[in-house]
Design a protein around this ligand. Structure first.
Ligand code: OAD
Length: 247
């Protein structure tokens, strides 16, 4: 890890002085759990066209294909565990007065690690939603059939994730907006920042005076606005920040 101790200390100081910390996470925080990122080599869409498996049009055209893709991801996710970065974020939540975690991830690993105030702006792969009646339920531990149907109305079920060309869930977005407005530190980890609206969250927070910490081994869209940049894996950097906060 090429992260300097003084940068870890600077990040820890920012967090210790904060009254409201808002974290923003992406696929990179789950990379060390073995979940592929979207844009890295061997990324998630490899082997499948995004239009076929992650758009409403793709689902209408061939729901079985979409469910094959998501059932494979659901099975894969059942085998993965949170990593040290997820646990460190849960610990930071306990160390500061107010904390909200906005995640673009659909894997549920933050909650498994103990994070409590989590906003899933891209939905959750653990949940299924009926396309007819809109009913949702947790199906994380179930082996779903090729074409799962709603027990209530017989409609087709879909994964409760946000696909391309779809609106983000309004309640999640409203809660995220509130957190970004109110926070005095934004802790970004493991996101390239190329997908809106998350990409603008840190810029927006920094405009109203919040400090921005960016944890990412590579430069990201947040690099130009960060107060502290920590160029290392979140599974190492975030626990180091927690240790410095406690020291
Ligand atoms: P990306 O794949 O775009 O970016 C992952 C980021 O994680 C990159 O910037 C990597 O450098 C970084 N990274 C890799 N390993 C890391 C590690 N160990 N620790 C910290 N950072 C690491 O994933 P997202 O930014 O999450 O949307 O992508 C955003 C959205 O694009 C996703 O939610 C998804 C996708 O299209 C939807 O599906 C709607």
């Amino acid at each position: 890890m090429v992260v300097r101790d003084e940068d870890i200390a600077a990040a820890a100081n920012l967090l210790k002085q904060a009254t409201y910390v808002c974290a923003l996470t992406g696929a990179g925080v789950s990379a060390e759990s073995g979940v592929p990122t979207f844009r890295g080599g061997g990324g998630l869409w490899e082997g499948e066209r995004l239009e076929d498996v992650a758009t409403p049009q793709g689902f209408r055209a061939d729901p079985k294909r979409v469910w094959r893709f998501y059932n494979a991801r659901r099975r894969q996710l059942r085998a993965v565990r949170p990593n040290a970065g997820h646990y460190a974020l849960a610990e930071i939540e306990r160390l500061v007065p107010r904390f909200t975690l906005i995640t673009q991830n659909v894997d549920g690993l933050h909650q498994l690690a103990g994070s409590r105030n989590v906003i899933e702006i891209h939905g959750s792969i653990r949940t299924v939603r009926c396309v007819t009646c809109g009913g949702e339920r947790d199906a994380a531990d179930e082996d779903l059939p090729e074409l799962p149907m709603c027990e209530r109305c017989g409609g087709l079920l879909r994964p409760a994730v946000v696909w391309f060309h779809e609106m983000l869930p309004q309640d999640a977005m409203a809660a995220a907006d509130e957190a970004i407005e109110a926070c005095d530190v934004m802790l970004v980890a493991g996101t390239s920042g190329v997908v809106q609206p998350a990409a603008s969250f840190a810029i927006w927070a920094s405009r109203h005076g919040a400090g921005v910490i960016d944890v990412n081994p590579d430069p990201s869209a947040f690099t130009p606005v960060h107060t502290v940049g920590l160029a290392g894996p979140s599974g190492e950097v975030l626990p180091a920040i927690v240790e410095a906060m406690k020291a």
